[in-house]
Design a protein around this ligand. Structure first.
Ligand code: CP
Length: 313
């Protein structure tokens, strides 16, 4: 399999994941030529806010010797503000860059872009759709913390609790698709009923024979979880502030939660967090979210090498 665009984690198979993770390990150890992407240009087109994804992609490109062109906020400062379509923007940016990293508020936007783009398009988050590169860095982080675990066998022995706004959380969707490649994984989805995983994902998990359950009580997940993947209620996806307020603060991991989770359980979060992980948790050795975010740059360096310098991979 050779990917041209990265729009969904459903594109990834185990062979690709092994290849990217091996490359990430190499990059993390500094084993790469510093100017591998010299002469290449990355366009970061972000129509929605970002700290981690945008900066880590830009940092990844710069560390590999490439250059970056960007706009502070593509919704406001690109010609989208004058009414230009995403398609026309992508056509034009094709002449200015070698790869496009796109974050857009519309679900499916990266597929629209990929369909007309001659240069690779990477989905950096499309509305409440997917965030495939986040899923790669999440899985890389999980694998790195459980190195002795045999992921190839079957049997429902590794439990991941995913918590929060599972309907709108694109990181949840992409990570769940990725985890469905590993039959040993058991998923506990913790959310209010109204914010449960979308039916398309549920159908996929059933078809993939992944052992999962859906509950509303976070405490019930603590006992079994090897990983707790906490997420924010996605305020920007709610049309009614009243609805948002109803769910805000429903699931909080705090100092007392730490007494209820397994000694080796890891706590993850794609970030940004608002109030759903108390700062008191940060100093606990099981709190992995900042290390998780740091892995973003290495995963994205590996992905840029894979897409732009395949002979070096
Ligand atoms: N995890 C993540 O996508 O963070 P940003 O929104 O800051 O990019």
């Amino acid at each position: 399999m050779k990917l041209k665009h990265v729009t969904s984690s459903r594109q990834f198979d185990k062979k690709f994941i092994d290849q990217i993770f091996a490359l990430t390990d190499r990059v993390k150890k500094g084993k790469f030529a510093k100017n591998t992407l010299g002469g290449k240009i990355l366009a970061s087109l972000f129509y929605e806010p970002s700290t981690r994804t945008r900066f880590s992609f830009e940092s990844a490109m710069l560390r590999l010797g490439g250059k970056v062109i960007s706009t502070e906020n593509a919704s406001e400062f690109s010609s989208a503000a004058k009414g230009e379509t995403l398609q026309d923007t992508i056509r034009v940016v094709n002449s200015y860059a070698d790869i496009i990293v796109l974050r857009h508020h519309t679900t499916g936007s990266s597929n629209i872009a990929a369909n007309i783009s001659k240069i690779p398009v990477i989905n950096a988050g499309d509305g409440n759709g997917e965030h495939p590169t986040q899923a790669l860095l999440d899985l890389y982080t999980i694998f790195s913390k459980f190195p002795a675990f045999d992921w190839s066998a079957s049997g429902g022995k590794f439990t991941i609790a995913m918590v929060g706004d599972l309907l709108n959380g694109r990181t949840i969707h992409s990570l769940s698709y990725l985890l469905s490649l590993y039959p040993k994984v058991k998923i506990i989805f913790v959310s209010p009923k109204a914010l449960a995983i979308p039916s398309v994902l549920k159908d996929h998990l059933v078809k993939s024979r992944i052992d999962f359950r859906q509950i509303e009580d976070l405490d019930l997940a603590f006992k079994d979880a090897d990983v707790i993947y906490q997420t924010r209620i996605q305020k920007e996806r709610f049309t009614s502030p009243k609805d948002y307020k109803k769910y805000f603060g429903k699931f909080i991991i705090n100092a007392s939660s730490l007494k209820k989770i397994k000694p080796k359980c890891i706590i993850m979060h794609p970030l940004p967090r608002v109030n759903e992980i108390s700062p008191q948790v940060d100093s606990d050795p099981r709190a992995l979210y900042f290390e998780q975010a740091a892995n973003g740059v290495y995963i994205r360096m590996a992905l840029l090498l894979y897409l732009l310098a395949p002979s070096q991979v």
